[in-house]
Write a protein that binds this ligand. Structure first.
Ligand SMILES: Nc1nc2c(ncn2[C@@H]2O[C@H](COP(=O)(O)OP(=O)(O)OP(=O)(O)O)[C@@H](O)[C@H]2O)c(=O)[nH]1
Ligand SMILES: [Mg+2]
Length: 302
């Protein structure tokens, strides 16, 4: 930051259908992995802030859970978190997956956009996957449904167009002091980030419904004299049959998950990590207020 120069600080919520690429984009904008990503829908569960700087501006991006038609209690908690993130921001960035276009999920989002009074920008993501003509049709259809201050074509995966989004936001962020120290890249505590990394490995390794019926919590974190850290985490599942799958034959599956997570944690923390994973059956954790509190979600009454 230049001494004496006018500073800007903007909060930007990324909203969009499940799997649109919100978390991938936040990592690209921040330039480091702060949010977990998977090819499965509904990976992100709570709000997470990723912080970037551009020029004299601090840009605080809010990753939100994909917005979709909620059925379970956990889904409802995630959807309401996503909208609250959009309402609290200075600017809402609406992300559309170019491959999917204005499908049912995106349509439902557009129905609610009028309620958001803040300026909105449109980001058409995954341009690496489609033809130019398809993109133009999406842009036209989207702009007919809502008013956007700007439209960008990007690929969060390749980084194409991401710098343009950043500079536009830096120019349009409200004037004001920075909210976070200059070198901070996320507001998530390390314990939470560590649990998320293990959850990402679960999502990548397990199939069908199982990831949605599990959650991960960091139970203990001990810095050791030799400079390494000992982390204990619990994976909660709903049923004994699910525990068996998470463990895998002869413990193979949990071992692979633990190894992948440990490796990434060691890289993130830049120290040796001893990771211990425990699998616990907690029937009905999806109806347990404490699990929601741990995830950073409010517990819906019904
Ligand atoms: N080809 C391509 N794939 C992308 C791009 N952006 C994201 N993806 C992929 O899309 C999938 C979903 O990405 P996420 O970042 O987890 O999507 P999300 O919107 O955060 O999803 P939820 O948290 O479930 O709402 C992943 O497999 C990403 O690698 C892109 O620009 N191009
Ligand atoms: Mg996500």
């Amino acid at each position: 930051m230049v001494e004496g120069a006018e500073t800007r600080c903007g909060f930007i919520a990324l909203i969009g259908a499940p799997n649109a690429g919100k978390s991938t984009l936040i990592n690209a904008l921040v330039g480091a992995k702060v949010a977990i990503v998977s090819h499965k829908i509904q990976t992100t569960r709570a709000l997470l802030r990723g912080i970037a700087t551009a020029g004299g501006a601090q840009l605080v991006f809010i990753d939100t859970p994909g917005i979709f038609a909620p059925k379970r209690r956990l889904d409802r908690a995630m959807v309401s978190k996503a909208w609250s993130g959009a309402h609290d921001a200075d600017i809402a960035a609406v992300l559309i997956d170019a491959k999917r276009g204005l499908d049912e999920d995106t349509d439902a989002i557009f129905d609610h956009l009028a309620e958001i009074r803040q300026p909105k920008i449109l980001l058409i993501n995954k341009v690496d996957l489609v033809e130019k003509s398809t993109l133009l049709a999406i842009v036209q259809a989207a702009n007919a449904r809502a008013t956007f201050a700007a439209t960008f074509m990007i690929s969060a995966l390749t980084g194409d167009g991401v710098a343009d989004v950043k500079s536009w936001l830096a120019e349009h962020a409200p004037v004001g002091p920075w909210h976070y120290p200059e070198d901070q890249i996320t507001d998530a505590p390390l314990r939470h980030l560590a649990a998320e990394i293990t959850r990402e490995k679960l999502y990548q390794r397990l199939h069908q419904e199982l990831p949605y019926q599990s959650t991960v919590e960091t139970e203990s974190w001990t810095e050791r004299k030799d400079g390494s850290v000992r982390i204990e985490q619990t994976i909660y599942v709903e049923r004994d049959s699910q525990k068996k799958i998470v463990l895998g034959k002869g413990g193979q599956s949990i071992k692979a998950i633990g190894e992948a997570s440990r490796r990434e944690l060691a890289e993130l923390l830049e120290k040796k990590v001893h990771l211990f994973l425990f699998v616990k059956v907690r029937e009905g954790w999806g109806d347990d207020p404490e699990r929601y509190r741990q995830m950073g979600l409010e517990f819906p009454k019904e």
